[in-house]
Write a protein that binds this ligand. Structure first.
Ligand code: AMP
Length: 278
C-alpha cells in the first residue's frame, strides 16, 4: 500500500491504473464501519483508493474541527490490512489554496435534519467530494448508510451534475449493543456511552412498529420520541420519518421511508437512521 500526498503525484499514478477504481473518502480515525466500505470496494474493483482528509469546510465555526480525533498510524495499518492499494492523504493547502473560491451547493435535500443546525455542512461535503472525485477519478465511490442524508446529497449531486461515478451505499456497522460506529463515539464518557444505546433502541422500536403495519408517520415519530425521552442524558435535536430521495417529511408512509434522528449527549452530536422498507 502506498501513501500519496501530492496532487501531481496522484495524477501520474492514476494515469497508469488499469481496470475499475473504487474510492472510499474518509476523515480518518478509522473503525469497522470505514473498513466495511473498503471491503466492499475491494470486492468490486481492481484498485482500491482511500482518502483521509479532515475537511475544514464541512465544520461550522463552533464545531470540533480542532479536536476531531486523528491517528494516521493506526489508520494506515487498518487500510493496509483491509486490502487498500493507495491512500490519498492531501494537505489542507493543496485542497484549499489561498485563492480557492468555488463551492458546490446542492439544493433542498441539504436543508432539513443536519442542514438545519449546520447550514454550511453539506456545502463543504459536496465541495470536497467533488474535488476528491476530480483528483481520484474513480469508477465507484463508497459511502455509509450511517450518514443517510449525506448519501442522498451525494447521489443528488452526482445525478444533477452528470458525474460519471457510481455511488454505492454500505449498511451501517454497529457495536454489539447497536450503537452505530462513529469516530465521534470516542468523545463519550462511560456514562454517556451507556446512554447512547437509547439511539438504536429508538430506531429498533420504530422499525418493529413499521413491520407490524404502522404507516402513520407521526405515530412512528412519536414512538422514536418516547423512547429517546426515557434517557435524560439524550437531548433530542430532530426526529424524522421522510421520503428516501427528497427527505420531505411524510404524513403517511406509502412506500419506503428513512427514519432518522439526532441527539446531543453531553457535548457530542450523534446521528443514526434506519430504512423503513416494505
Ligand atoms: P467519516 O470518516 O465519518 O467522514 O466517514 C467516512 C465514510 O464512512 C462515510 O461514508 C460514512 O458514512 C462511513 N461510515 C462512518 N461510520 C460508519 C458506520 N458505522 N457504518 C458504515 N459506514 C460508516
Amino acid at each position: 500500500m502506498k501513501i500519496i500526498e501530492s496532487i501531481p503525484e496522484f495524477r501520474s499514478l492514476r494515469q497508469n491504473l488499469n481496470g475499475s477504481v473504487g474510492f472510499v473518502p474518509t476523515m480518518g480515525y478509522l473503525h469497522a464501519g470505514h473498513i466495511a466500505l473498503v471491503q466492499e470496494a475491494r470486492n468490486q474493483n481492481s484498485t482500491v483508493i482511500a482518502s483521509i482528509f479532515v475537511n475544514p469546510t464541512q465544520f461550522g465555526p463552533n464545531e470540533d474541527l480542532e479536536s476531531y480525533p486523528r491517528d494516521l498510524e493506526a489508520d494506515t495499518v487498518a487500510l493496509k490490512t483491509a486490502g487498500t492499494d493507495y491512500v490519498y492523504y492531501p494537505t489542507v493547502e493543496d485542497i484549499y489554496p489561498p485563492t480557492f473560491d468555488t463551492y458546490i451547493e446542492v439544493g433542498s435535500v441539504t436543508e432539513p435534519l443536519e442542514g438545519r443546525k449546520r447550514p454550511t455542512h453539506f456545502r463543504g461535503v459536496a465541495t470536497v467530494v467533488t474535488k476528491l472525485f476530480n483528483i481520484v477519478q474513480p469508477h465507484r465511490a463508497y459511502f455509509g448508510q450511517k450518514d443517510g442524508q449525506q448519501v442522498i446529497v451525494i447521489k443528488k449531486m452526482v445525478n444533477d451534475l452528470n458525474i460519471p461515478i457510481e455511488i454505492i451505499t454500505v449498511p451501517t456497522v454497529r457495536e454489539s449493543d447497536g450503537l452505530a460506529m462513529s469516530s465521534r463515539n470516542s468523545y463519550l464518557s462511560e456514562r454517556e456511552r451507556n446512554a447512547a444505546t437509547i439511539i438504536y433502541r429508538s430506531l429498533n422500536e420504530v422499525q418493529s412498529l413499521f413491520k407490524n403495519g404502522q404507516r402513520d408517520a407521526e405515530k412512528l415519530r412519536e414512538t422514536m420520541r418516547n423512547v429517546l425521552t426515557s434517557e435524560p442524558l439524550a437531548k433530542i435535536e430532530y426526529i424524522s420519518v421522510a421520503d428516501t430521495d427528497t427527505l420531505n417529511e411524510l404524513s403517511v408512509v406509502e412506500n419506503n421511508a428513512i427514519a432518522s434522528l439526532a441527539v446531543q449527549i453531553g457535548k457530542t452530536h450523534l446521528i443514526d437512521n434506519v430504512l423503513l422498507i416494505q
